[in-house]
Design a protein around this ligand. Structure first.
Ligand SMILES: [Fe+2]
Length: 352
């Protein structure tokens, strides 16, 4: 027992001094404010918690599902950092002069250039693909091929989708415009509308549920919903009823959706804000992001989540790696407005 005691004493001393230090920090604890459109604290919180633990600062979140750019415009210094599910929103915010350049050698060194805003005001912190989820019972993977094919008459009455005006679909359709060209994009989006099985409604997971319930056969959803549904007891059956298919692998590639983080105009906590951004861009932060959100890391040496690695195996993808149709964000500038207009014009969300 004696040797045990001897071992414990130094550890105890370290613990006591650590407590003393943290007590000292509490007295002058700094607060960092984060504005985000992540729907709940769940996905972001572990990263913020880890940062709180290492910095001693308290991170306060302002969470909102929609209207992030407007919020930033009306209260430009409410938060120090803005984190979004949709990098396009930060591109818009940057163009409106609502973001400041991030000055960090660590971030410049770690984030690949294609994921960095050219003016350094934000960076892509992770991405996912928006792909086809299909009924394992009623669709064979061999019947699937491209996004464009979803406009063909063979899918009449068989597609489920959330609102055409939701950010996810705006980001996808915007990439159709940028990659396929305007005429083709209009034709594909109109064709998908013609093939809808029901009025667009619900979130992404609701579309998998509709496939499970036999209401439709295919849907467009983000990759991470498959593992997220699989680990949710109430949604497990939905996940089991659907397969996932990465479209356009033999042609132009699958479209991705980027999430991003940037600096606001608030300057009081600039050092701390930069430190949080550096943490998000670090290997440790990226690992938390991958584990928690099941997105793909922007760092090449952080591999996909084990549950994501399996996706696409039926179509011959190896290690979950897939061909991306990489549309630079600046190519999507202005596309969002064009898509919103078009989606309304063709009454994408009309009752049916
Ligand atoms: Fe989502």
């Amino acid at each position: 027992m004696t040797h045990l005691k001897q071992r414990w004493i130094p550890s105890l001393l370290i613990l006591v001094s650590a407590l003393a230090t943290s007590a000292g920090t509490v007295a002058q604890q700094r607060e960092l404010r984060v504005l985000s459109d992540r729907t709940d604290q769940g996905t972001l919180r572990p990263i913020l918690d880890a940062f709180e633990a290492r910095s001693g600062a308290k991170v306060i979140g302002v969470f909102m599902d929609q209207g992030l750019v407007n919020r930033l415009e009306s209260r430009p210094t409410e938060a120090d950092i803005v984190i979004t599910k949709d990098a396009e929103l930060l591109d818009i915010a940057a163009q409106r002069g609502l973001l400041d350049p991030i000055k960090s050698a660590k971030i410049s060194a770690s984030i690949p250039p294609e994921f960095m805003d050219p003016a350094g005001r934000f960076f892509v912190d992770a991405y996912r693909a928006r792909i086809i989820f299909y009924s394992k019972a009623r669709v064979k993977p061999g019947e699937l091929s491209t996004y464009e094919d979803l406009a063909s008459p063979k899918w009449k009455g068989r597609i489920c989708l959330r609102s055409g005006s939701h950010d996810y679909n705006l980001a996808l359709f915007g990439q159709f415009f940028a990659s396929f060209g305007e005429a083709k994009a209009r034709q594909v989006i109109s064709g998908i509308r013609d093939n809808l099985a029901r009025t667009p409604k619900g979130n992404d997971r609701e579309q998998a549920r509709a496939i499970f319930e036999g209401k439709c056969d295919v849907a467009l959803m983000n990759t991470y919903y498959h593992p997220l549904m699989a680990e949710n007891p109430e949604q497990k059956a939905w996940a089991e009823a659907v397969g996932v298919y990465f479209p356009n692998q033999a042609t132009t590639g699958t479209f991705i959706m980027r999430s991003a983080a940037g600096l606001t105009k608030a300057t009081d906590n600039r050092d701390l804000a930069t430190a949080l951004l550096e943490f998000i861009a670090s290997k440790e932060g990226q690992q938390l992001m991958v584990d928690r959100t099941k997105q793909y890391s922007v760092l090449r040496d952080v591999s996909a989540h084990p549950l994501m690695v399996k996706l696409g195996a039926e179509q011959g993808l190896v290690d979950g790696r897939f061909k991306i149709d990489f549309v630079p964000l600046d190519k999507m500038a202005g596309k969002r407005e064009e898509v919103i207009k078009f989606v309304n014009e063709i009454r994408f969300d009309a009752e049916r």
